[in-house]
Design a protein around this ligand. Structure first.
Ligand code: FES
Length: 316
């Protein structure tokens, strides 16, 4: 896989709207026939004018590197990136796109695989379904949306996947609607779940799989989980060379570290992409991200959103 720091100038060769206010973009290199390879679950950073960067999962087939496909849901409450793409980008437009990287990999394993998608969360799971299908690994893709008319990429699912592996669940159809908790409680102990979707969906799957082994539950979130309402407290970071970096209540750890002159790569600055991840040498973090696994939380830190109590020594 190419370094994610490589920024490619890709051309939009296809653009169409999907239900749920989703814009699907097909991206190709203007000269090279093939793009860098990617694993299912990968995303790219799309660099927007005025320095904004947004992450979008690749939903195209990892076996077909002639193009990438991303799907962008318009987020009226968002920070403007999706609206800019919806309102500006058409076929022929050039977009600056990073090489793919993956924080949501498919693991090797023997157990049955459940891919659980809520709405636009279908994007990374669609790439996984394509790969699992080809590898003949048993899986079920469960796609949950409010209704058929709000289901982005449904035509792609119906066209590209074997219908025996796909279960559609629409809230407004009694015959397809599913109770997530009841459904997940009936799964065999060796089942593995991969899930992605909006915050309410993520919270519901997380609750329903609380008692599952950590290794058997994998997710990718678009937003960090809602934090408690406690106002942020100041704390102190100590860097490897002994530099003391005070982090005021109203400043992120990332901003404070940068102000101290240390270069830390960052992308989403929202706790969902993992670019700014660093190691903890000592101290009590308060994790606010949606990237780190339970295991990683004992020794890794996401400075763009997470905080700490007292003094936190970082491997920076
Ligand atoms: S920059 Fe994306 S998690 Fe920190």
């Amino acid at each position: 896989m190419a370094s994610p720091r490589i920024i490619m100038k890709l051309i939009v060769t296809g653009a169409h709207k999907e239900p749920g206010d989703v814009l699907v973009l097909e991206l190709k290199h203007p000269r090279k026939p093939l793009l860098p390879s990617f694993e299912p679950g990968s995303h790219v950073d799309v660099h927007l004018p005025n320095g904004r960067v947004r992450q979008y999962s690749l939903c195209s087939d990892p076996a077909d590197l002639t193009h990438y496909t991303i799907a962008v849901k318009r987020e009226p409450e968002g920070r403007g990136g999706s609206a800019w793409l919806h309102d500006t980008v058409t076929v022929g437009h050039e977009l600056h796109v990073s090489a793919p990287r993956n924080h949501f990999p498919l693991k090797e394993g023997e157990g049955p695989i459940l891919l659980l998608a809520g709405g636009i969360g279908i994007t990374p799971l669609l790439a996984m379904a394509r790969v699992l299908s080809r590898a003949d690994r048993p899986f079920e893709l469960h796609y949950f949306t409010r209704s058929r008319t709000f289901a982005p990429l449904l035509s792609m699912i119906e066209q590209d996947l074997d219908e025996t592996s796909v279960r559609l669940h629409f809230d407004d159809e009694a015959e397809t609607r599913a109770d997530l908790g009841a459904f997940l409680s009936k799964q065999p102990p060796n089942a593995e779940a991969y899930y992605c979707g909006p915050p309410g969906f993520m919270a519901a799957v997380s609750r329903a799989t609380e008692h599952w082994l950590e290794d058997s539950v994998h997710f990718e979130a678009f937003e960090p989980p809602a934090s408690d309402d406690a106002p942020p407290e100041p704390f102190t970071i100590v860097l490897r060379n002994g530099t003391i970096v005070p982090v005021p209540a109203e400043t992120s750890a990332l901003a404070a570290i940068r102000q101290a002159g240390v270069l830390v790569m960052a992308s989403c600055e929202n706790g969902v992409c993992g670019t700014c991840e660093c190691g903890i040498l000592e101290g009590q973090p308060i994790h606010r991200d949606a990237v780190l696994s339970k295991d990683a939380r004992s020794h890794r830190f996401i400075p763009c959103v997470s905080r700490a109590t007292g003094v936190l020594k970082l491997d920076l």
